[in-house]
Design a protein around this ligand. Sequence first.
Ligand code: SAM
Length: 385
Amino acid sequence: MNELRSWSSYWKVRRLSRLWGNSPSGLSHYDAAVYLELAEHFEHLHGPHGPYWIFDLGTYFGHSAFSFLIGANKVSPQSQLRVLSVDLFDQPAWLHTSKSVQDFVRKFGSTGLDAIGKHLATVCAASGMQAGACDQIKLLQQDVTQLSAEQLLQIAPKGFVCFLIDCGKLPDVMNSIMQFCTDSRIAPKGSLLVFQDFFDWHAPWNLWAFWKLLKAGNVRVKYAHRRIPPMVEIVGHTNIHPVCDKIEASQFESWCTPYTSPDNELRMFDEVTAFLQKLNCHELAVRVQCLKTGALLRAGRLADAETWLNGLDSKWPPLLKDGELQNAYARLRHLKTGNKDLTIVLESAHRRRRQSAVNNWARALEYRLRLMGALVLHSGQSQSS
Ligand SMILES: C[S@@+](CC[C@H](N)C(=O)[O-])C[C@H]1O[C@@H](n2cnc3c(N)ncnc32)[C@H](O)[C@@H]1O
């Protein structure tokens, strides 16, 4: 039965957030809720058969790894979960201007592997987990593009039951990640892929990799939710390399980097949109349509991008925040004028209607109700086949 349901995810996330405090994190409320549920589920499923591994691609400050640890240890204090958490552990200078990062560095000395390890030990101790629980997370400082299959198999001889994909910030990194996801030793059938960067404007090749896997019949949707990117299960290992098949130098920023032909990319956005609509994930589909603006910009079709964006603005769902639409607009303006201002806003009659007091109130209410409600991840099997 492919359904995961939790009545109390809000309170679980609250507890996790209290433990995590204001340490930097790349997780949204929903990411944390899903990770806690998946961890409980995996511990029930795999725990009785000995150690099982999660591949956390992108440690950052360790929140995703820690969420899994908390979830699995809730099921059993001797949980069999093991997490391989990989990162460069070398955060860019701009990140060090953030207050939470500065606080972290003051407390733990740096953003390096040792500091993250100390931090994880501190939160593990505060959580009341057994001494040594923290050792269930193995931190590895390495560029993912330099990781070998043999290295991974030495750590996890039976491969990984789940991949948290959150470091595919460049197309060549995504190619390396996909090498692992199509290797039956590392990602055996049944492994779950979670694309945390599904909607990242800066890394559209995440969506592209998802679609390539789907088209090749390598995955099927395991869990769907109207607000959370679909999670897919490995069902095949057809060779799809290189996934990003036409990587070119970008004139501007990395999100402008072409990674396949414009036609391929545009078709992908349309097909993923249709696919999500079929799954009844209409809000996700709208957000993907927003990302299509980026594809038009990469193809140099600025006028088409503007027309497309105005069309989206006119039919934007009133209860959905329009942050992604505004982001796309700011990027369009940047390429059109050369002036980068990400605070600029598309002020239209449609937006003014969306921002009415009644709509703002309804949006805030719906948001709170949604967080407090049950988390139900549906089976997506029938729709994806
Ligand atoms: C968005 S953060 C991950 C967030 C994290 N999962 C969490 O729970 O908060 C992305 C991370 O990917 C790492 N990263 C980027 N490129 C990488 C690469 N080529 N190899 C390994 N890690 C990489 C970055 O250093 C960064 O810490």
